[in-house]
Design a protein around this ligand. Structure first.
Ligand SMILES: Nc1ncnc2c1ncn2[C@@H]1O[C@H](COP(=O)(O)OP(=O)(O)O)[C@@H](O)[C@H]1O
Ligand SMILES: [Mg+2]
Length: 281
């Protein structure tokens, strides 16, 4: 029996190419480029769809389009939504008793000022939607927080006006990225921000190196992935002196270039094996 797997993307990065190559060993893979293809709702024929658009909303709507035709999606629209929106991720993680940084939701500059007084300074301001460190800023004083939140109030969409305020953690500008596939940890890397930058996004020039896994880190990464029902996700974790490991975010369309380079492990191959087993159960 031939298995049909759609790879849904908008840009073919190294990650998408590697996933295609791995899955093509056992399935007929069709590349669906959302820049050009329309999805016929309720009339898609495939056994599985690997959802890889860079844009979170494209990924979300692509996943739900496939789900309407009962196609197994990696990841599901629910995982992509909850992972892609930081408000939904933090609240879901907390509801599952997973430790996260101390965080407030504020929808106006007045509310933000109150949260700032509770958190103290410096603090971190984030938007629910965004990646690669965009819209993640640090306010060192109440005046700076007021400036940032007034500015955000002028932005066109609700997510950009929403303020997530968070304690600033002394983590040596480093976080730990863990890749989890179907309830198993593939590995972890530490990402250290480039000199002069506090945000450790690879897109902002961070360097990656392998990070030794301990059982606490492994359990936490798997628990976080499971809280969002992620089949193939990365979980970003802060290691703090005062509170141990804290989960910062889950990525529903994980990038793993830096991870691969640092660990020599191939998440695309791991995903392929797990998907094969899922479809042949
Ligand atoms: N509370 C925090 N304390 C210290 N550094 C943080 C905090 N939150 C985020 N950062 C840094 O900023 C980076 C980007 O923040 P993150 O929440 O991961 O947003 P994005 O989705 O854009 O990656 C993180 O990788 C981390 O290096
Ligand atoms: Mg991040």
């Amino acid at each position: 029996m031939v298995v049909h797997v759609d790879l849904v993307a908008d840009v073919l990065r190294l990650e998408e190419q590697m996933i295609m190559k791995a899955v093509m060993e056992w399935a007929r893979v069709r590349l669906v480029n959302l820049e050009e293809e329309a999805l016929p709702l309720g009339r898609i024929n495939a056994d599985a769809a690997i959802i890889r658009p860079i844009s979170m909303h494209r990924a979300l709507y692509a996943a739900s389009s496939y789900e309407a035709s009962m196609v197994f999606t990696v990841n599901t629209s629910s995982t992509i939504l909850y992972a892609g929106d930081k408000m939904l991720s933090y609240t879901r993680l907390i509801a599952h008793q997973i430790p996260v940084p101390k965080t407030y939701y504020a929808s106006t500059p007045t509310a933000a000022a109150k949260a700032g007084a509770e958190l103290g300074y410096p603090l971190v301001i984030k938007s629910p939607i965004g990646s690669w460190g965009r819209l993640v800023v640090r306010a060192k004083t109440p005046e700076k927080l007021a400036e940032f939140s007034e500015l955000r109030r002028m932005l066109p969409c609700i997510q950009q006006r929403t303020l997530i305020l968070q304690e600033y953690l002394e983590i040596n500008n480093t976080d730990i990225r863990c890749v989890v596939v179907d309830g198993e940890l593939v590995g972890c890397v530490a990402r250290k921000a480039r000199r002069g930058e506090w945000r450790s996004n690879v897109a902002l020039g961070a360097a990656t190196k392998p990070y030794p896994v301990d059982t606490e880190l492994e359990d936490l990464a798997i628990k976080a992935a499971s809280a969002l029902k992620g089949f193939f996700v990365s979980v970003d974790i802060f290691e703090t002196k005062s509170h141990g490991y804290l989960v910062n975010e889950v990525n529903g369309v994980p990038e793993f270039k830096g991870f691969m380079k640092a660990t020599g492990k191939n998440p695309a191959a791991e995903l392929s094996v797990k998907l094969y087993h899922k479809l042949h159960q």
